[in-house]
Design a protein around this ligand. Structure first.
Ligand code: COS
Length: 379
């Protein structure tokens, strides 16, 4: 893939950081499920937490390709760090940078860009997952304020967030996805609680928790964009978020492939390296081919987004392909490593567990097929 000098430089920076700072801790934070505050702070110092924040608000203002390169390189070594960067930038910073007022940007973006406190995204509820329009959280106008009540689930980075963007129904009469608005909710506000962190299969160090909003009173100026347009804003946000998850999945696939390839060249059975057996060679060939296809889709989606073109269709394809590829490649990597691959001595079992989330979060593989299929059948 052709990259410009800036993109090559940022990729190298992310690669060096991941290899030197994340590789030594990735297994341990998976075991303890401890959010890596110190290395997230370091990622803030390197600018990774401000990639989606324009320079005038203290960020890097990176193009989408540079951003995806960072997410890929970080995820290649540690999926939990990769998801932390991805959710903060694409789900937290991007909507405020794109839809926010000047006051909202000045208030929330500079601190978020440093990574000192994160931004988070609250869409999902127990009854509103794939059917994102099923939001039951409500926001009722009271004078100049809005009063929010409801619960949210599976919210990434929420214990470390300074503010979240929350969807709530503002017009109870409106049907389906209509009558939903988006609000910026500071996390230190009365009535707002982040519940206990979830104990997950993978991405265990990444922070995921439910939220409760009980008579949370936010000032009118914290409405994001126009009243009633929240569903569309969240769909637009998820279009970009799907590129992020594709980049996380791509990184996990590359990480597992690298381990499997090195192992296959070293491991001797029947008097020769197992890579010399066509059964293994063909597995590596299939893994490399799928990875390359995912990479081309992901970076083409980035290119379209950067060019200001409609990229939703390609983002869904990239996410679908890369997450299914991550499952395929991490599974094959374990197979190549055999018994070793099944233990925590090697990182491939962690990557296999981490990859599963990519087929679920920010729209399941089935939802991606639905988005792609609808577009394919459009006249
Ligand atoms: N960008 C902008 N607007 C969009 C959009 C997009 N990507 N997708 C849909 N919209 C708009 C539509 O144009 C439509 O507008 P009008 O009402 O003005 O016509 C409105 O939003 C409703 O769209 P639609 O009828 O397609 O909504 P559905 O309820 O059928 O839902 C899916 C569509 C299933 C694609 C959507 O709910 C979805 O993506 N669900 C998955 C959600 C998800 O990823 N959850 C995980 C979150 S983890 S952070």
């Amino acid at each position: 893939m052709l990259l410009n000098e800036n993109q090559k430089m940022i990729r190298q920076m992310a690669r060096d950081f991941a290899d030197s700072r994340l590789a030594p801790i990735a297994q341990e934070i998976d075991r303890t499920a401890k959010f890596p505050e110190a290395t997230v702070k370091e990622m803030g110092e390197l600018g990774f937490m401000g990639l989606a924040v324009p320079e005038e608000y203290g960020g890097v203002g990176a193009d989408m390709t540079s951003y995806a390169l960072v997410v890929e390189e970080v995820s290649r070594v540690c999926g939990s760090h990769g998801l932390t960067v991805a959710a903060h930038n694409s789900l937290g910073c991007w909507p405020i940078a794109t839809l926010g007022t000047e006051e909202q940007k000045k208030k929330f973006l500079p601190v978020a860009a440093t990574g000192a406190s994160l931004l988070s995204f609250g869409l999902t509820e127990s009854g509103a997952g794939s059917d994102a329009g099923g939001t039951r959280t409500t926001a009722v106008r009271d004078g100049d304020d809005w009063v929010l009540n409801g619960t949210k689930m599976w919210i990434t980075n929420s214990h470390y967030a300074g503010a979240l963007i929350i969807t709530a129904k503002t017009d109870p009469e409106a049907k389906g996805s209509h009558g939903i608005s988006a609000f910026i909710v500071p996390t230190d506000i009365a009535g707002f609680t982040v519940e206990k962190k979830e104990n997950k299969l993978g991405l265990r160090a990444s922070d995921t928790a439910p939220l409760t909003l009980e008579d949370v009173r936010v000032p009118g100026e914290y409405l994001l964009g126009k009243e009633g347009e929240g569903f569309k804003y969240f769909m637009m946000t998820l279009d970009g978020g799907r590129i992020s998850i594709a980049a996380v999945a791509l990184g996990l696939a590359v990480g597992a492939y690298d381990v499997a390839r090195a192992y296959a060249k070293e491991r001797q059975q029947f008097g020769r390296p197992i890579a010399k057996f066509q059964a293994i060679e063909f597995m590596l060939a299939d893994m490399a081919t799928q990875i390359q296809a995912s990479r081309l889709l992901t970076y083409e989606a980035c290119r379209l987004k950067d060019a200001g073109e409609d990229f939703a269709h390609l983002a869904a394809m990239a996410k679908l392909h890369a997450s299914e590829t991550a499952m395929f490649v991490t599974d094959k990597a374990i197979q190549i490593l055999g018994g070793y691959g099944y233990t925590t001595e090697y990182p491939v079992e962690r990557m296999y567990r981490d990859a599963k989330l990519c087929t679920i979060g920010e729209g399941t593989s089935e939802i991606q097929r639905l988005v792609i299929g609808r577009r394919e059948l459009m006249d």
